[in-house]
Write a protein that binds this ligand. Structure first.
Ligand code: NDP
Length: 287
């Protein structure tokens, strides 16, 4: 392997340690401890694991987490009423509703009901708009985590050709906005892109989030590129792999994120950072 590994696990650990120092400092000066409400509807196994990891991270970072585990048959009205209650709760700085939601509940309606200043996932159209206009408030966690990771590695994207594969609301689109805000020249690819290989081959910075295991062959990667693999795919043998063919990509790339241990832990660390930032704003404190 010639690429340098971008160790998201180590970077996320350091970021969470910084959040811990900040929450301890807050409490020491008599301020309120940050509070995160984690809402899970149903018992999807992957969602249950994500939610558990988020709760563990709250403990590690000194964030008070409140769990709301609701049955799969919960109505949209009941969920919206819970969000209203959390919006009004002064002890809650962040509201996270784990997706996917059961089919009978509209994700859009739920996201739009969350007070944008408590939208620590950064999915509310207000927060996406803030990012699009270069005045970020709550930044979508996965792309925010990627940008923090690149910054900690000392990797600038300024002026570089950045290609994002995937255009979802939670990964590709906000990722493109983050890269644009950092002055990269961006291209966003998706399933209708005519010549994906050519687009990927131009990328000095490549971010892939498609949910298709190993779909980017290592041979497509531009020599020396920064490769960020957002994909998390569970294979039939139980192993987790990304959307980029890791070993051959690592022979060509300059830097690469592993899966697992790359973007995944950074997403959770960014969620903790957003919750801290939310409480600072809400309590009017500059640390
Ligand atoms: P979605 O299914 O919502 O979006 C997938 C995107 O990939 C779509 O835009 C789709 O294009 C595009 N795509 C699919 N197939 C191809 C193809 N053959 N060529 C080009 N583009 C393609 O997925 P998510 O964005 O929610 O998630 C993507 C991956 O990231 C998943 O593996 C998920 O598990 C992972 N993930 C990881 C996180 C982390 O913390 N590391 C957080 C969130 C997600 P089109 O729009 O045209 O259909």
């Amino acid at each position: 392997m010639t690429a340098k590994l971008i160790d998201g696990k180590a970077i996320s650990k350091a970021l969470k340690a910084d959040v811990r120092v900040a929450t301890d400092a807050l409490v020491a000066r008599g301020a309120r401890r940050p509070g995160l409400a984690v809402v899970l509807v149903g018992s999807d196994p992957a969602s249950s694991i994500y939610v558990r990891n988020k709760r563990i991270s709250c403990e590690e970072t000194g964030i008070h987490s409140v769990s709301h585990d609701l049955p799969a048959e919960t109505s949209e009205a009941t969920l919206l009423a819970l969000i209203d209650q959390l919006n009004a709760d002064p002890a809650i700085d962040g509201i996270l509703v784990q997706s996917p939601l059961p089919k009978h509940i509209s994700e859009h309606a739920v996201i739009e009901r969350i007070d944008p200043s408590k939208d620590v996932d950064g999915f509310h159209p207000y927060n996406v708009g803030r990012l699009a206009t270069r005045q970020p408030l709550m930044r979508p966690c996965t792309p925010y985590g990627v940008m923090i990771m690149l910054e900690k590695m000392g990797l600038s994207v300024r002026g570089k050709d950045a290609v994002v594969v995937g255009q979802s609301n939670i990964v590709g689109r906000p990722m493109a906005l983050e890269l644009l805000m950092a002055s990269a020249t961006i291209t966003v690819c998706h399933s209708k892109t005519r010549d994906l290989k050519a687009e990927v081959g131009r990328a000095e910075v490549l971010v892939v989030g498609t949910g298709k295991p190993n779909m980017i062959p290592g041979s497509w990667i531009r020599e020396g590129a920064i490769v960020v693999d957002v994909g998390i795919n569970r294979m039939p043998d139980g192993k987790i792999c990304g959307d980029v063919e890791f070993a051959p990509a690592a022979e060509r790339a300059g830097w690469i994120t592993p899966v697992p241990g790359g973007v995944g832990p950074m997403t959770i660390a960014a969620l903790m950072k957003n919750t801290l930032e939310s409480t600072l704003l809400r309590q009017g404190i500059a640390l």
